[in-house]
Design a protein around this ligand. Structure first.
Ligand SMILES: *[C@@H]1O[C@H](CO)[C@@H](O)[C@H](O)[C@H]1NC(C)=O
Length: 383
């Protein structure tokens, strides 16, 4: 699901993917298409919910049991306006103001996106013990009854983005693996919000008005998360109290000013770190030494005046975005170690365009540990 696919090419960033044929095809197409400066993952958290992807996943997880044909005579009632079949209930874009009644109890996927639901009531999901995925994206939900999710003891995926929630709902099912709650009105994550969710793998929490002070101490306690995104929020620093085993942390489009030594020391397993579109001027010397497994680092669109120190020590680093900063000089040892053997993987993407660099002064040897010369993006799109 959300776990990092160790073998997938980094350009096909999505760590969210089970390996499906689609994903593989896309990875291949993507990585051969030159440099991916835009992250375009097949199953990207920025992307709107895609029913087809989810059905593929459900099939994968059903252990090949297949889906039994249902005798039409025995088919249970289907809520008015919805389509039911193969244990999928589709009620998207129906102008619904409430979760409909009569949802068949064997439903695995319930899609209620694009309606006008304002509230989840206590008994809305009563009897839905088999639900695997619940899609509530694009509604107007501002209230969730604290017991509403109790029946769904097998729920793994909850998609709640683009609503009006003031807080992460209480009593989320312990079976949950993935929570997307992007673009809501969450200002505060209280201690213990996720405490019962030991199998949770990824959370998308971006585009909420969250400040650092809103992530209270213990807010993420109990989680062993691989992936966390809090982009497009109001963070002014890297939060220190996130789950410590994070593999991916995306904090793009915040107002982060600096990276301090302690910041990255909290997250030693990071593979991918996204800090694009912040206000970073300063990266404390030695910071990157705490994240030795980093493969991909996005620092574009910040205010850096030099290449971060310590890149040349990073054995696994493959992608570094530094475009649209204020970098005026690049030293011959900024990126690569002095001996080839020290680097385990060569770079396949370095971006430096839109910086006040005199490119002709950069020595070619600067990029001696780059897979091929097309992997370095120069060019001066001057500010
Ligand atoms: C860019 O860096 C130069 C020094 O190299 C400095 O004088 C200037 O103020 C910086 N510009 C910004 C916008 O930070």
């Amino acid at each position: 699901m959300c776990s990092q696919q160790e073998k997938s090419p980094l350009s096909c960033s999505s760590a969210m993917l089970p390996i499906t044929v689609f994903a593989l095809l896309l990875c291949i197409a993507h990585s051969s298409a030159g440099l991916p400066f835009e992250q375009k993952a097949f199953w990207d958290f920025d992307k709107e919910f895609d029913m087809h992807d989810l059905l593929m996943m459900m099939k994968d997880e059903e252990d090949g049991s297949g889906i039994e044909p249902v005798d039409p005579q025995e088919q249970p009632v289907c809520p008015f306006g919805c389509q039911c079949g193969l244990r999928v209930v589709q009620c998207s874009d129906q102008n619904l103001h409430h979760v409909p009644r009569n949802i068949p109890p064997d439903t695995r996927l319930l899609d209620l996106q694009g309606n006008k639901i304002t509230e989840i009531r206590e008994n809305d999901f009563k009897g839905l013990y088999n639900l695997y995925a619940l899609v509530l994206v694009n509604n107007m939900i501002s209230k969730v009854h604290p017991h509403a999710f109790l029946p769904m003891t097998r729920l793994q995926k909850l998609y709640f983005s683009h609503n009006r929630l003031p807080a992460v709902p209480k009593n989320l099912p312990a079976s949950l693996v993935e929570l997307r709650i992007h673009d809501n009105h969450i200002k505060r994550v209280a201690p213990g919000t996720f405490s019962a969710l030991g199998t949770m793998n990824c959370i998308e929490l971006g585009r909420n008005p969250l400040q650092n002070s809103g992530l209270e101490p213990g807010a993420f306690a109990g989680l062993k998360l691989n992936f966390l995104r809090i982009s497009e929020a109001k963070l002014t620093g890297i939060p220190k109290d996130l789950p410590h085993n994070l593999r991916e942390l995306h904090l793009d489009q915040n107002q982060i000013q600096a990276i301090e030594l302690v910041d990255l020391s909290q997250y030693p397993d990071l593979n991918r770190l996204g800090l694009s579109h912040n206000h970073i001027r300063h990266i404390e010397h030695g910071s990157l030494g705490f994240v030795p497994y980093l493969r991909e680092l996005h620092l574009d669109n910040n205010r850096l005046s030099k290449v971060p120190s310590g890149l040349f020590h990073m054995k696994y680093l493959q992608v570094v975005y530094l475009h649209s900063n204020n970098i005026s000089e690049v030293g011959v040892n900024d990126f690569c170690p002095t001996g080839f053997s020290m680097k385990k993987t060569f770079y396949n993407g370095i971006s430096l365009f839109d910086n006040p660099i005199n490119y002709w002064e950069v020595q070619p040897a600067t990029f001696r540990c780059v897979a091929d010369r097309n992997a370095v993006h120069f060019g001066n799109h001057k500010k």
